[in-house]
Design a protein around this ligand. Sequence first.
Ligand code: BDR
Ligand code: CA
Length: 307
Amino acid sequence: MRIVLDCDPGHDDAFAILLAAASREIELLGVTTVVGNSYLENTTINARKILDLFDLDVPVFPGCAKPLLRNIVVAPQIHGQSGLDGATMPPPKRSIEKIHAVDFIAQMAQKYYDLILVPTGPLTNIALFILKYPKLVKRISTIVLMGGGIAFGNVTPVAEFNIFADAEAAKIVFKSGIPIVMAPLDLTHQVVATEREAEKLRSMGERFQIMADLLMFFKSTYKNVFNIDGAILHDPCTVMYLLHPEIFESQDYFVDVETKGELTYGQTVVDVWRTTGNTPNAKVLLKVNREKFFDILFEKFGSLSRR
Ligand code: BDR
Ligand code: CA
């Protein structure tokens, strides 16, 4: 399958990039970047650093430096000032592509009939693609996104970061008619990486020691901010779903995004009891087998360490 990974690396984004690049089932056409966990300049540097680290031949296309309408929100308390604190990596060697992320997505949609978009950051680039290229919207086979929550948020009691950081963009995406698979916090919080997973990474060679350091930094900020013991691997859930949907449980729901609420801006409003009567617009992932998740992740990462 052919995917474009649209991300804001970001510790868990870095794991999603690696999982996609390591998987033979996936043709990673490009990595597009967006402002999110840090400013666009940083997320674009970080994406290239991770790809450089593993010598992965994937082009990087910078996208939007600002949300559609709202002010920029970044997350230094979780990902550090650089967006990827916790390990020292050399500056990126590869250059960035000249074409804008949104235009690259359009080119790929034009070229392939089965393109899958995998956003793991705020949905600004994807919404802009929908607005700028309405005729190409039908060419997208699926969007598999990390974002939102049914029961809780992580920036406000009800809003998750990727949606909160550009709720107007998220609303456009959920209303686009493109089939959506949504990995909300309720799911991603089942994928908790601990010191055990970090040890395993350390045993896989020098390059994975950097990944272990990143994981431990992420774990420490989750402890500080949320008092959670472990690093939550939100973003790789998207790629894992594409690889192994059978390890997930899901329900089809109608999902809308709150953009006006005083207390609820950025909330994904998930119609669990079908009270709106609206036809479901998203397959919402609810459960994952954690053990299988990590078995597959390490098997895939193993193929990178042999390259
Ligand atoms: C999401 O926000 C970011 O901090 C992570 O990279 C993930 O995409 C989780 O709410
Ligand atoms: Ca992310």
